[in-house]
Design a protein around this ligand. Structure first.
Ligand code: ATP
Length: 537
């Protein structure tokens, strides 16, 4: 089995993730977090909130920051006034291109279909696939053989031309074999598909009642900018953070939770003076990269990809993606964990004046055929007045926008290891271990009595109760202790505390470290502080 398959199976077996509505056959693109998964994802979100927002020290200038700054938070609704999405540009521009297969009636995202040119029996065709990277080769070979009515032993009759490329690089679809079709040329030309989920508010089901589920949390922050400035004492530079659900009707959700239709974002809109926005952009880009590394992602599997000039929106002077080498991607490819964008004053200006003409002139409001603004803004004054200098300006925005589910998945991928550990007889046995950083591990420690007698369970339960006041810990007295260790290794629990026969005499217990397998003897009275120190380092 490939590593990703093993991880997916572990996630299901140990209660990290389940397919949504599984007993009804599941719903593509929707995932539930099980008992361990909910703790892991909550810890990821809590670590983010603590490190970026509530634990932020606004009195000290952080390394790389142009000055001190403040941070605050918001929790906005998922359904907002429909005008929000018109002015933000999502109504007109938030789409992907899709292609439909006339034969199978399946729909694919244009840029996600990959394939290879191959020639046999005097005909050259482009065979496509939608399977995961590690089985692409096999799938394309199988389909090409089938198409040309060849047998596996005739593999040499297939003449491959070039390596895998995306369908976006193919201009004529007449020789394309769609991912699930058996005839050529069944794909339609690419068409736009808006990714926002529609719903209806109130009893009206017509256009007037139409609303959208938010495709990002950011807009709730922009439209509350004035409320926050007026109700709290924040002064520029400051950031507003929000964590919450977002929805995108992705055409082809895939790669486990990486691309889902319902997911959670952790976003910051950081408001600053236009003169210092470039410096703040660099600060946030580097700070966010460092955060993933501090929580355990290896720098070798992470890249910070600066967008090229022609990839940038008009209003942006810089955008960088933090990307991770997920094991389901082809060698050398990375998947986005977070985007950090310099957005200029685009968002506040749009919500003030109306949707800006992003394509031709980002400083001008888009006009409809009648010469009037196509989408009117709120008309509210979203400028900021600096009390010291009396200067009034529209703040610039730096937006670090992360996905909680993608971060959780990356931490799981990074943590998955198979190695050897001694069992209770000292024999080396293979084990699966999740080396999650103690801060995000779902269970911080497990407490075991070595055996279920001689007063050991009582002592162990007291330790469990003392720890439970501070952390999520687990008590287990069933089965051989070696098996109990293995179960905790798979759950990613960093420490196991064992009460043995000696403990009643020397008032000490053994703490076993999941990663180093080192066992140390610690006084029962010191267990809570010992675990506390280890978890917070
Ligand atoms: P992609 O190109 O992968 O579709 P994006 O560039 O559209 O992502 P953004 O709009 O920048 O993504 O969203 C910010 C973050 O939200 C992403 O970096 C990602 O972590 C998360 N995210 C976006 N779409 C999804 C999704 N469908 N499922 C899970 N997380 C997502």
């Amino acid at each position: 089995m490939m590593q990703m398959e093993k991880l997916v199976s572990l996630c299901k077996r140990r209660g990290y993730m389940f397919q949504s509505s599984e007993i009804y056959g599941g719903l593509n693109g929707f995932w539930d977090y099980g008992p361990l998964g909910v703790e892991l994802k909550r810890n990821v979100k809590d670590a983010w909130w603590r490190d970026m927002v509530s634990g932020h020290d606004e009195l000290t200038q952080l390394p790389g920051a142009p000055s001190e700054y403040e941070m605050t938070g918001l929790d906005c609704t998922i359904i907002m006034h429909p005008q929000v999405w018109k002015c933000s540009g999502h109504y007109d521009l938030f789409h992907d291109f899709m292609v439909d297969c006339r034969q199978t009636r399946k729909r694919y995202r244009h840029d996600q279909v990959r394939g290879r040119w191959v020639e046999a029996k005097g005909q050259k065709i482009f065979v496509t696939t939608m399977v995961e990277a590690d089985s692409e080769d096999e799938d394309v070979q199988r389909r090409a053989l089938k198409f040309f009515k060849l047998r596996s032993k005739d593999l040499e009759d297939l003449k491959w031309d070039g390596s895998f490329i995306r369908l976006t690089e193919v201009t004529d679809f007449s020789q394309v074999l769609a991912p699930d079709a058996n005839e050529l040329g069944t794909l339609t030309e690419p068409r736009e598909f808006n990714l926002m989920f529609k719903t209806y508010v109130g009893a009206l089901s017509g256009e007037e009642g139409t609303a959208f589920l938010r495709p990002e949390t950011a807009q709730g922050i922009f439209v509350n900018f004035k409320n926050v400035v007026d109700s709290s004492r924040v002064k520029i530079p400051f950031g507003i953070a929000q964590v919450g659900k977002s929805f995108r009707n992705e055409i082809t959700p895939r790669n486990f939770t990486f691309r889902s239709r319902e997911f959670e974002q952790m976003e910051i809109e950081f408001f600053c003076h236009p003169n210092s926005s470039s410096a703040w952009y660099k600060f946030w880009r580097d700070r966010r990269m460092a955060w993933y590394i501090a929580l355990g992602l290896s720098p070798e599997r992470l890249i910070l990809r600066e967008h090229a000039q022609d990839e940038l929106s008009h209003y942006s002077t810089g955008t960088a993606d933090i990307e991770y080498a997920f094991p389901f991607l082809p060698e050398g490819e990375y998947g986005e964990l977070e985007g950090i964008a310099h957005r200029g004053d685009f968002d506040l200006r749009s919500h003030m004046e109306g949707k800006l003409d992003e394509k031709t002139n980002p400083l001008q409001v888009q006009l409809g055929p009648d010469g009037k603004p196509k989408y009117r803004g709120s008309g509210k004054d979203l400028t900021y007045r600096d009390e010291l200098t009396n200067e009034r300006f529209i703040p610039h925005v730096i937006e670090p926008s992360a996905g909680a589910d993608r971060a959780t998945l990356a931490f799981l991928c990074e943590a998955y290891h198979e190695d050897q550990a001694p069992d209770e007889n000292g024999q080396m046995q293979s084990r699966v271990v999740l080396r999650l950083h103690p801060r995000i591990a779902p269970v911080k420690a497990a407490v075991f009595p070595l055996v279920k007698k001689d007063g050991m369970p009582e002592v162990a339960k007291d330790i469990y109760r003392a720890l439970k006041k501070k952390f999520n810990v687990f008590y287990d007295e069933k089965g051989a202790v070696g098996r109990r260790y293995r179960r905790q290794d798979e759950a990613g629990t960093p420490y196991c505390i064992t009460v043995d026969g000696e403990s009643l005499n020397d008032k000490c217990v053994t703490i076993r470290d999941r990663d180093t397998l080192e066992q140390v003897r610690v006084k029962i009275d010191d267990v809570v502080s010992e675990i506390e120190t280890r978890v917070s380092r």
